[in-house]
Design a protein around this ligand. Structure first.
Ligand code: C2E
Ligand code: MG
Ligand code: MG
Length: 436
């Protein structure tokens, strides 16, 4: 048990490192004459499988991958599971690069045949990074880091391929490490800022809510938009801390506005899929609301369609949140896949029509049909609809005719800081009503 991975029965990291250390030592002593190759294999888009098909299917896939990998080993080779969807090969005694090339192509070939998961055929690919002793390092630590770097390079270049390490790759991953460290510090140093964008009642022009949108106020880079750092935060796991910070800060801010006499409104918080799939999400939200003293109806959580695909998790989680009194909306609606059957079973309050549909509603009849249909369908299901990315008066008119409930977009206001919002709230409200 100390040497093997429970799920796949492959050797684990500990065993792998012992073996590599031994082989490197033997090679140094001349017991083996060739070179040694370390291969780092990471499945492409495995997170999507877990997020959409659920963890049990993810596990099933990992087992099947492990079996295939094990099945292709030659005499002295080892494959180990390092954790998650990461596997490592040890190829002792390789004669030359041609030999390595042959072996790695064989491994990538294993992914050509689809995997079978509960009757569904499923394709997945892998990216592989390779480091060779003695060319790319003398000790196991260096070799593993370099194989990892090469693997990221393979991902970066489009996945489903292998890359052999070369020394000029160092800079790239170094950059990433620097970025990760500074993002970590940003959380501690208060460099993260929330901006707020009004959500407006389409009939009355009243501000019904605000969406909290994160920015990174970087001392050198300036104001960094979320798409530049959220993916890194997701990759490194920092997203959990980041999302917690956003949740707490947005709730505190909303409570403060209420205490300072602003009309009570919702604050919308975007959840990452990692945060949404956490076991104790409902408890966490409850704790934050109690601590801050905000009534649950003034918090709205935004999730996306993809996050709802693990139905067994989604139904009770949404029900738990709903029972707390928190509102739920489906963000970027229309860009993912939703089962209408499940949509009915989920405790949700609102659909947010993605801005890509809103952009062309006045010029593209497909988009206007889609928006009209989403609104009608939502209303039939007892859900409200808010349109994102409204920039023009014509778009607003169309949405009014279609009886959309709320709108959000640059036409009324760009996201602004909490201070701006508070100082100018009455003006802002008047400005919005004037734009009708
Ligand atoms: P989203 O939740 O769909 O947010 C709406 C985005 O549309 C925001 O971009 C907003 O500034 C932008 N927007 C608003 N009105 C208009 C308009 O009229 N026209 C156009 N072209 N754009 C408009 P932003 O702030 O850059 O956020 C991008 C995405 O980053 C968000 O998409 C959300 O998925 C993610 N995000 C933002 N804040 C957070 C956060 O606190 N936590 C997490 N996990 N994700 C966040
Ligand atoms: Mg959103
Ligand atoms: Mg959106």
């Amino acid at each position: 048990m100390a040497n093997h991975d429970d799920l796949t029965k492959l050797p684990n990291r500990r065993y792998y490192k012992k073996q590599v250390t031994a082989i490197l030592e033997q090679t140094r002593q001349g017991i083996h004459r060739g070179k040694v190759a370390i291969m780092y294999l990471d499945l492409d888009r495995f997170k999507l499988v877990n997020d959409t098909l659920g963890h049990s299917n993810g596990d099933l896939l990992l087992k099947q991958v492990a079996d295939r990998l094990k099945g292709c080993l030659e005499s002295d080779e080892i494959v180990a599971r390092m954790g998650g969807d990461e596997f490592m090969f040890l190829l002792p005694d390789v004669s030359d690069e041609q030999h390595i090339k042959q072996r790695v192509e064989k491994i990538l070939d294993l992914f050509r045949t689809p995997f079978n998961m509960n009757g569904y055929e499923f394709h997945i690919t892998a990216s592989i990074g390779i480091a060779i002793y003695p060319n790319d390092g003398w000790d196991i630590e260096t070799l593993m880091v370099h194989a990892d770097t090469a693997m990221y390079r393979a991902k970066h270049l489009g996945k489903n391929q292998y890359i052999v390490y070369s020394s000029n790759m160092r800079t790239k991953s170094h950059e990433k490490i620097v970025m990760e460290t500074s993002l970590r510090k940003a959380l501690e140093n208060g460099e993260l800022k929330l901006f707020y964008q009004p959500q407006v009642d389409i009939k009355t022009g009243e501000i019904k809510g605000v969406e909290a949108l994160i920015r990174w106020q970087h001392p050198v880079m300036g104001l960094v938009p979320p798409h530049r750092f959220i993916p890194l935060a997701e990759e490194t796991g920092l997203i959990i801390q980041l999302d917690q910070w956003v949740l707490r800060t947005a709730c505190q801010q909303n409570k403060q506005w209420q205490e300072r006499g602003l009309p009570p409104m919702r604050v919308g918080v975007n959840l990452s899929s990692q945060q949404f799939s956490r076991e104790h999400l409902v408890d966490t939200v409850k704790e934050v609301l109690e601590e801050v003293g905000l009534h649950p109806r003034y918090l709205e959580l935004e999730i996306t369609e993809t996050m709802t695909m693990d139905v067994e998790h989604t139904i009770p989680t949404l029900k738990g949140l709903h029972d707390l009194g928190v509102q739920i909306s489906i963000d970027d609606f229309g860009t993912g896949y939703s089962s209408l059957n499940y949509l009915k079973k989920f405790s949700i309050d609102r659909l947010k029509i993605d801005q890509s549909f809103v952009r062309d509603i006045t010029t593209d009849s497909n988009d206007s049909d889609i928006v009209g249909t989403i609104i009608a369908m939502a209303h039939n299901m007892g859900l409200e609809v808010i349109a994102e990315g409204v920039e023009q008066k014509d778009q607003l008119r169309f949405l009014q005719i279609q009886k959309c409930n709320e709108v959000q977009g640059y036409y009324f206001s760009e996201p602004m800081t909490a201070e701006e919002m508070e100082a100018n709230f009455e003006q802002l409200q008047r400005h919005i009503k004037d734009k009708y």
